[in-house]
Design a protein around this ligand. Structure first.
Ligand code: AMP
Length: 143
């Protein structure tokens, strides 16, 4: 999928927003939804997606709408930091398949980094849902 690919309203994240697919949610308002990445790179890997912006990637999105979204990204990142006390946090974002993007609805990754813990490969191993639910409960409470 190239950088200029048109937005597909049936992508996985659009279907999660519409409630057609499940997600372990940690935050939701009119603008954004945050949920646990089911193939996490680290413990607490969370995704933040816009609900109103129909953009395939960062380059497609209206700057004013991005400003609203990035405030949610920061809010969720602070919640992850408070809940899990990581040593660092990566906020990441991929555009186009050659850059590593696998879901073509704009999103931000919040990846907590713990000293000495492995950061797993991108979109790799599926997590245990009970473990994700327990992490989500802590993050939800901290947001
Ligand atoms: P990207 O590769 O940057 O497009 O990010 C997509 C992310 O979505 C990857 O980190 C995947 O692990 C994650 N992912 C894919 N399907 C799901 C799903 N159904 N629920 C939660 N996360 C997902």
């Amino acid at each position: 999928m190239s950088l200029s690919a048109p937005y597909d309203p049936n992508n996985i994240f659009a279907r999660i927003i519409r409630g057609e697919l499940p997600a372990i949610k940690v935050f939701e308002d009119d603008e954004a939804l945050a949920f646990m990445d089911i193939f996490p790179q680290s413990e607490g890997h969370t995704l933040v997606i816009p609900k109103k912006i129909r953009a395939t990637n960062f380059l497609d999105a209206d700057p004013a709408a991005l400003a609203i979204l990035i405030a949610r990204v920061q809010r969720v990142a602070k919640g992850v930091a408070k809940a899990l006390n990581p040593d660092g946090i990566r906020v990441a974002q991929f555009n186009g398949a050659p850059a590593g993007q696998t879901v073509f609805h704009l999103h931000f990754h919040i990846i907590p980094i713990f000293d000495g813990a492995e950061v797993k490969r991108h979109a790799g191993e599926k997590a245990d849902m009970a473990v994700l639910e327990a992490l989500a409960e802590k993050i939800r409470a901290a947001i």
